[in-house]
Design a protein around this ligand. Sequence first.
Ligand code: ATP
Length: 360
Amino acid sequence: MAYLTLKDINKIYPNGFHAVHDFNLEIEKGEFIVFVGPSGCGKSTTLRMIAGLEDISKGEFLIDGVRANEKGPKDRGIAMVFQSYALYPQMTVYDNLAFGLTLQGVDEDVIEEKVMNVAKILGLTDYLDRLPRALSGGQRQRVAVGRALIRKVGIFLMDEPLSNLDAKQRVTMRSEISQIHRGTKATTIYVTHDQTEAMTMADRIVVMKEGYIQQVGSPYELYFNPVNVFVAGFIGEPPMNFVRSTLKEGRIAVGGNTVDVSMKLSAEQLKKYEGKEIVFGYRPEAIVLGEQENAAVIRCSVELTELLGDNTNVYVDIDGIKGILKIDPHDTPEVDSDISFSIPNESIYLFDGETEMIIR
Ligand code: ATP
């Protein structure tokens, strides 16, 4: 049986707003789960229901097979790291780390051992005497993580813990949190709106939109097998390019280009979608410059190029339709030049124009 079970969980706030709809998920012990989605999609609300900080309006939450809906936050064996670190400003790093254990009346010697241990894991040993205001953002963040870690709980919840850090610190803390997880094996649920954090840290990602789960899967599954336009566009950077077009005899128009998509569709699907709108999707990084066999060949003009070092983003115009290509910087084309690129058949995604679900 799963360690954590969320069964048909709903949240309706007192003002009547339905923030989370029929959320179903089973989480195994030791998993690192990331909830990801745009602002307001219900990630924090779901996490807060798991933490016991928000009532569950409908549905059931089980910890180790036991209903936990009515349990208070303290009785759930959960530690939480919030977006704002919520450190005690007048206490040293040592005291901040020790605080929870001191409250519980744990022996001083035991506290010291635990604090030193956590400080070592997090690289805070040299800062134990400092006040939070004398720490960098990244160090403060580590203290906040340390305070949760020291409690040795089974479930670790984090709500956008890296949002106050600069880009470089975020990358460092991302791998630190992953390493800590590897070391502690605490079941972790991590909330972020950043798909890169989700992709790099998660065992499984839960993509949410407007209170509904869109897809649950490994980073690999979500990247290569998105179930709908939303997930396909949310996972991957720069995002997947989409073109809406009407299917006619197995072909669609992408600007002035005719693209044969018949090999992606069964005879039945070809019939079903004849004359209907479909969404043609391709990832910026899944293209090859030039005209290739077994590929959709697109002619376009180059509007802008951005050299990023390891690659160049090329912004193209396909007869009025915009697209982004990600290419080797050595192949960067001239702005205003006309180029061709090919999308290998296996890298073409087709979605139903109406439901926006993948056509499989
Ligand atoms: P963010 O990334 O911006 O934190 P989120 O995905 O975590 O977004 P939630 O904070 O879970 O989103 O909010 C989900 C929806 O519920 C939002 O539309 C929000 O305005 C609404 N909401 C949150 N708290 C309340 C509340 N106390 N009463 C009514 N509506 C609320």
